[in-house]
Every structure is written in C-alpha cells, then in structure tokens.
Design a protein around this ligand. Structure first.
Ligand SMILES: NC(=O)c1ccc[n+]([C@@H]2O[C@H](COP(=O)([O-])OP(=O)(O)OC[C@H]3O[C@@H](n4cnc5c(N)ncnc54)[C@H](OP(=O)(O)O)[C@@H]3O)[C@@H](O)[C@H]2O)c1
Length: 314
C-alpha cells in the first residue's frame, strides 16, 4: 500500500508498506480520508521533546506512518470484535491514517455520520472531541469565549458551545472572521483590529498566546479557563508549560485554569456523530490535499494558513 513513511523524527516520504493486519479488538480500514491537526506536526517533528517521554517514541516515532484522524470503510475484522463488520463506514482515530489502509482499535471508532462525506468525517475526531470535552458543563445562557476560533479545535468549540445554548464570542485573525461568523458565533473579534473585552463563564483557549493574567481578568468569579494548547512554548515542553502551571495558578483564585487532555474514544465520537447528524455541528473543511502532498497539508496547518480544518483524501 502507499503510505507516508516516517522512520525518524523530522523526515517523512511517500513509500510502500505491507498492508497491516488487525489484532484483537481492531479492524482494518480502507482509509478514504485523514484529518490533519497540530498533533500530526508534533509527532512528525518529535517536538516538543516532552511528547517523546509521553509515549510517542523516544528516539523515533512509534508509529511508522503519521496521521491519527481517520474516516474509511472496514475491510477486515480482527479477533474479538463485535459491533462492526466488513463494509461499515466509520470515523475515529488510529495510528497511521496517512496511508491507503490502517488498523484501528474499535474502542476509538464510531459510525460515520450519515450526512457527511468521508472527507468531512475525517475532519471531526480529534478537534471535535477536544472541543466537546473542553466545553463539558457549559449551561444555556452562559458566556463562552473561544480563542483560536478559526482553527481546528476552536471552530468546533464555537459550534458546540452554541449547541449547548451559550452566548459565544470567537476570537481570530482577519482571514478567519467569515468562517467563525458562519459557524454561529454571536460575536466575532478580529484581534488584529482590537482585542476582546468583557467577562466570560468559560474561556476555551486554543491559541495560547494570551498571558494568564489577562485570561483570569476576563473570567467571571468561579469561571473556568480551559487550556487546550499552545504553540508558543519552547522545544522542550512546548505549550505544555501552560497546562503544567495551572495547579499552582489555581491555589489562590476561585477562577480555575483547567488543563485539558482530551480522550479519543468511541463514546465521544458517537456524541459528535449525533451532533453532526442533528446539523448542530458541521466539519469546516478548508483545504483537501492528496496523499502525495500530505506533508504540504501538515505545513498548511502548522503555518496557521488553515481556515478551519485540513484533510488528506486518499
Ligand atoms: N489538550 C489537548 O488534548 C489538545 C487536543 C488537540 C489539540 N491541542 C493543541 O491545541 C492547540 C490548538 O489546536 P488546533 O488543532 O485548534 O490548532 P490550529 O488549527 O492551528 O488552531 C489554533 C488557532 O490558534 C490561533 N493562534 C493564536 N496565536 C497562535 C500562535 N502563537 N501560534 C499558533 N496559533 C495561534 C490561530 O488562529 P489565528 O491565525 O486566527 O490567530 C489558529 O487558528 C494546539 O497547540 C494543539 O497542539 C491540544
């Protein structure tokens, strides 16, 4: 099969590999599309280095094929699998979706939403699941601020917060304003013109570029600042330094910083499928690249040119 092959950090090429064999609790997928998010860049480069200790591979990436978000068709079922059969159209996450075939654990798969293409479905799993988990507990009428609202997680954050009945303010740069408005944000702030004002019950911080003091000031008493991620840190901890600092910051305030580590699991993907089928959430696909240009797709996301989501179609 054709696949993006990554035998060491920092370099990958299009090559040929054997089709993988599904193990216990896994299925083989004919991959139709693979979503691209910042995580793919992190695993491709091995940066920040903290990732390497967190289980992604110390000297070289554990998975020879990059890509986690996946949408495709089940072509073989491994031992012990129930609930999925050959021909099922699914979406979720796996190791190595930048390939014609990939093995995926059924614990990270759900049925593809009926009303989406494979390309749209592949844009949902990681970003959608992260936004959904970051917004848990939001009540109707609450005020939610989404920083990085035109990016992967933020674009789902705006839609899911609206679906929960919140009043949503999305913050982004100029070229993402139209997208954020189209996703249903009540207010859109172009931070290149003027930064956001006001106070919020929940801030979903997907950009990571604002100081803690500003975030705290913009939060109501007992409000939450959910730290999703940042590309602002150095090579060692990257944006994790912000997440690691939160327990200390929470010592002296009723306004809580919440470091988010999103889980990739079938239940969450099922919730997302329901939201998509109810037309409360749509996949904001920006650009679609062929497998041969998967590295360009990653660069498109890394360089913040992606307006919404980027997908590799296979
Ligand atoms: N905690 C978790 O479980 C989890 C899960 C998924 C992702 N993440 C992390 O969360 C962050 C957001 O992920 P994403 O997929 O939404 O990324 P993305 O698609 O690149 O979106 C991030 C947005 O933040 C804005 N931004 C503002 N300042 C930035 C800066 N200094 N560097 C980069 N972007 C900046 C950009 O919008 P403008 O161009 O409009 O400024 C961009 O659209 C990433 O760091 C990612 O690694 C964490």
């Amino acid at each position: 099969m054709k696949a993006v092959v990554q035998r060491r950090y920092g370099s990958a090429v299009l090559g040929d590999l054997d089709v993988p064999v599904p193990g216990k609790g896994e299925v083989l997928l004919e991959v139709r599309a693979a979503g691209v998010d910042m995580g793919v860049w992190h695993i491709l480069t091995g940066r920040p280095y903290l990732l390497r200790i967190l289980g992604f591979g110390f000297r070289a990436p554990k998975s020879v094929v990059p890509g986690r978000d996946v949408a495709g068709v089940v072509t073989e079922v491994g031992p012990g699998v129930t609930g999925f059969e050959v021909g099922d159209e699914v979406f979720g996450t796996c190791e190595g979706s930048f390939a014609e075939h990939a093995v995926a654990p059924v614990s990270r798969l759900a049925r593809k939403p009926r009303n989406t293409s494979f390309t749209e479905a592949a844009a949902v799993p990681i970003s959608g699941a992260t936004a959904l988990q970051g917004l848990r507990g939001v009540q109707p009428g609450q005020r939610v601020l989404v920083l990085g609202a035109g990016g992967g997680v933020g674009s789902y954050g705006v839609q899911i917060a609206k679906a929960l009945g919140a009043h949503v303010t999305g913050v982004c740069s100029t070229r993402k304003v139209d997208l954020v408005r189209s996703l249903g944000a009540d207010e859109v702030v172009d931070y290149t013109v003027a930064d956001f004002t006001g106070t919020y019950d929940l801030i979903l911080d997907c950009g990571g570029a604002r100081p803690f003091s500003l975030l705290r000031k913009a939060t109501t008493d007992r409000g939450r600042i959910v730290l999703v991620g940042a590309e602002t840190g150095g090579a060692i901890t990257g944006g994790f330094h912000k997440l690691m600092a939160s327990p200390l910051l929470n010592l002296f305030s009723s306004k809580k910083f919440v470091p988010l580590m999103s889980a990739e699991c079938a239940d969450v993907f099922d919730e997302l499928r329901a939201l998509v089928e109810a037309e409360k959430v749509k996949a904001p696909v920006d650009k679609v690249f062929p497998l041969s240009e998967a590295l360009d797709a990653i660069d498109h996301v890394y360089s913040r040119r992606s307006v919404g989501k980027t997908v590799v179609a296979i």
